[in-house]
Ligand binder design. Structure first.
Ligand code: HEC
Length: 153
């Protein structure tokens, strides 16, 4: 009986996946927020170093910039049409009405992350801090335009 249930559940999943590889809006929202939060946690200590609030730590910079470089391109696909609502979100509706601009800013952030990665490889602290500042600006320019102050439903 139990095995049968598991089998039925697996079959349902397979059918659902086969019918359309579509993610539920609330899952897409959860996913993009989770990735963004990880990006934020990785970025926070590094920008504090740039601002001189905490001492520069090369190991943290290497680790955290790697994290950002690896995952910064993950959230964008989860802003697909149909994910405007479904769970509390700070995504502005402009993301869907000005999707070209949103994509441009996403590409810019990705490029800024690549530049940071190169600088980290190079190892020059001043260049690293400059590229970190640039990355920070790319986060901010998108947030200013496309992230709401308060979550909406
Ligand atoms: C192209 C646009 C874009 C870029 C670039 C971007 N973000 Fe975001 N970010 C968003 C949007 C939109 C949300 C809200 C998502 C939601 O709630 O569904 C968000 C949410 C967040 C959150 C969740 C906190 C909150 O206010 O809810 C953090 C943390 C965050 N971003 C950090 C960053 C950092 C750090 C960078 C740069 C390294 C960055 N983001 C780059 C668009 C962007």
């Amino acid at each position: 009986m139990k095995t049968k249930h598991i089998f039925a559940a697996a079959l349902t999943l397979m059918v659902a996946a086969g019918a359309k590889a579509q993610v539920k809006p609330e899952d897409a929202i959860d996913y993009r927020q989770s990735v963004m939060n990880v990006v934020g946690h990785a970025f926070g200590p590094m920008i504090s170093m740039v601002q001189g609030k905490i001492p520069y730590n090369k190991d943290v910079v290497v680790k955290n910039s790697n994290v950002i470089d690896t995952i910064i391109d993950l959230p964008w696909a989860s802003f697909a049409p149909g994910t405007e609502k479904g769970a509390p979100t700070k995504a502005s509706l402009k993301i869907w009405s000005e999707s070209e601009k949103f994509k441009e800013l996403a590409d810019k952030a990705q490029q800024a992350a690549v530049n940071l990665g190169k600088a980290v490889k190079g190892g020059d602290e001043k260049t690293i801090k400059t590229t970190l500042g640039d990355l920070g600006k790319s986060c901010k320019s998108c947030h200013d335009d496309f992230k709401l102050k308060e979550a909406r439903n």
